[in-house]
Design a protein around this ligand. Structure first.
Ligand SMILES: [Zn+2]
Length: 318
């Protein structure tokens, strides 16, 4: 069965500019070696990047995009294409180091560096495709190494960069990519696609479909967080430690729901709380800063109960 790129494009909400670029690319991709997808977290960049990647790999694409039936499409669908390289930030600092781009002597488990990957022609796909996720996390030496690839692209090499924060990329990289904005859908588009989403859920998702799907999948948890956040402004300073305990229990819920580690779950719960108060007119202005500071401490490996106790004590003291 064929599964064309264009029909899958129609499944994505919003992204009108980006969809037009992908449709044009299906008709004529001459001269396009590198594409940068940028836009808010959850806007659909990852799904879009998969469609572009498959279109580049496919050996018999049509005006509708990848045919979905060739050998290249098959191995892409199974997640084991030898002609696709995914590069992501590594380690606690989440940096894309120079090794991912250029590593003259890779040993053992070292990932294949991008320049080595591009040196040989594709095994059985039309192009070789490298995708750099969170491209803003490249340090300056990786970014400079990448420029070499962008300046003298191999004819078979295609590069896809993805970022939430386009401002952090080097201008020299931006100028060598086709930059494609992935804008969040309109309120009406969101409401028609997610008819049963509550206004609070849309607010927690910051209006992006990717996050909204997650919020709806864990709606009881977000409802608990909503009740907690709504009550917080009327709580007395003496209730800080009770509030901290309640919030810790909600954060544990995030851990169970997303099957992530405690630190990631605590950070996610704080993220959601900050999103809530950023759009709450009755919220004291310093609250958002205090939540972001607590988030920073959690990510930096601070103990949850200490960080949460300090946070709610500071928030409720006035
Ligand atoms: Zn194909």
């Amino acid at each position: 069965m064929s599964s064309s790129t264009v029909s899958k494009l129609d499944d994505l909400i919003g992204l009108s500019t980006a969809k037009n670029v992908v449709r044009r690319l299906a008709l004529d991709e001459r001269g396009i070696h590198a594409i940068l997808l940028y836009g808010a977290k959850g806007a659909g960049k990852r799904q879009l990047s998969r469609l572009i990647t498959q279109q580049w790999l496919c050996t018999s694409p049509t005006a509708d995009g990848a045919d979905g039936t060739c050998r290249a499409c098959g191995s892409f669908g199974r997640g084991n294409s030898p002609d696709l390289l995914n590069i992501e930030p590594q380690g606690l600092s989440r940096i894309i180091k120079n090794d991912s781009i250029i590593n003259p002597n890779p040993k053992g488990d070292d990932p294949t560096p991008l320049l080595t990957f591009f040196r040989t022609p594709p095994m059985f796909s039309r192009h070789k495709v490298a995708v750099i996720h969170d491209a803003d996390r490249m340090n300056s030496s990786s970014a400079n190494a990448l420029l070499k690839t962008l300046e003298e692209p191999h004819p078979h090499a295609k590069l896809l960069l993805i970022t939430d924060t386009v401002g952090s990329l080097l201008p020299t990289i931006l100028s060598r990519c086709l930059s494609v904005a992935c804008e969040a859908p309109s309120k009406a588009e969101i409401e028609s696609r997610f008819p049963d989403a509550t206004p609070e859920e849309i607010r927690f998702a910051e209006g992006t479909p990717g996050r909204l799907s997650t919020v709806i999948a864990h709606r009881e948890l977000y409802e608990r967080l909503f009740q907690f956040a709504q009550r917080l402004p009327s709580r007395k300073p003496g209730e800080a430690l009770v509030a901290s305990e309640e919030f810790q229990s909600i954060a544990e819920g995030f851990q169970t729901a997303s099957d992530s580690g405690a630190r990631a779950a605590n950070a996610e719960a704080l993220d959601a709380l900050a999103i809530f108060f950023a759009r709450e007119p009755s919220c004291p202005p310093h609250w958002t800063h205090q939540i972001i500071e607590a988030h920073r401490r959690i990510v930096g490996n601070g103990g949850a109960s200490i960080v949460f106790d300090a946070l709610f004590t500071a928030m409720l003291s006035r």
